[in-house]
Design a protein around this ligand. Sequence first.
Ligand SMILES: C[S@@+](CC[C@H](N)C(=O)[O-])C[C@H]1O[C@@H](n2cnc3c(N)ncnc32)[C@H](O)[C@@H]1O
Length: 289
Amino acid sequence: MNTLRDIEQFWDANPCGETLVGKDQEWATFFQRYDEFRYRTEGHILGELDRLNLAGKNVLEIGIGQAADSAQIIHRGGRWHGLDLTAEAVFRAKTRFELFRLPYQAIKQGSATAIPYPDKTFDLVYSHGVLHHIPPIRQVSQEIRRVLKPGGKLVIMMYHKHSLNYLVSINIVRRLLMIGLFGLAKIGARPLITNPLLVGHLQNAREFGLWTYLQNPLFMMRNTDGPGNPYSKVYEPHDIAADFSEFRIENTRVHFLNERHLPVLKVFPQSARTYLASKLGWHLWATLG
Ligand SMILES: C[S@@+](CC[C@H](N)C(=O)[O-])C[C@H]1O[C@@H](n2cnc3c(N)ncnc32)[C@H](O)[C@@H]1O
């Protein structure tokens, strides 16, 4: 079992989504490019945030990454408090808020397994793409219940098991590619394989043995956020109900086809892709109360 320390080290060294735009520019330009990319490819996030009627609400965001959604919460009038396991995410959020003069309440480095706030503090806890990376998830659910006011809501995005990304891209396409890559390395092509992601997967296959590496959940975990990712879990609504049994699910919605990993989807018209995303997308959003 991976410890929180392993998870902290991974996210400190791999700040969420950074490779999608590259960090070879000034912070202000980086944040602008990051946001442009994020909301061009995941525009549904803005619609989901609009639904939350954030004005005047005491919000805790758990797992802040590049603080893009944090800025959106502040723009919508939320009284934003942030919590992240890593010093890097806390530094980036502070840098962003200072550069763009965004008002916030507090930001703390710490874990969702021991939330550093008193009972009944928040109207809303928001956590996008984070809680599926935390093994002691029952502890997290209890902690979130504790810091929410009575009637407060929890809004989460978890990786979706019943998705094209998991069922087709990870379970079939990537497994076949992994077998091919391993075969190429075996016949002497290893020096030609220089892409860091491929090198990482080859190292994993060598360390665990190819057959063991191809088994889930190990293979899934190493294919959601890079070959070094220590932990992920994929969810259906009934898994959310079990892991967050202090809550009742009020609604769920599915978004995001992750076409980067399955480029063949681009041949479908936009209307078909939007429909597919709402059924077989990679991001399962849930509101719990
Ligand atoms: C995949 S990123 C998601 C960031 C952001 N919410 C987004 O959607 O881009 C995961 C973030 O959660 C943080 N994180 C991981 N485990 C955590 C924990 N136990 N408590 C608080 N934050 C955690 C990581 O440091 C990282 O910033």
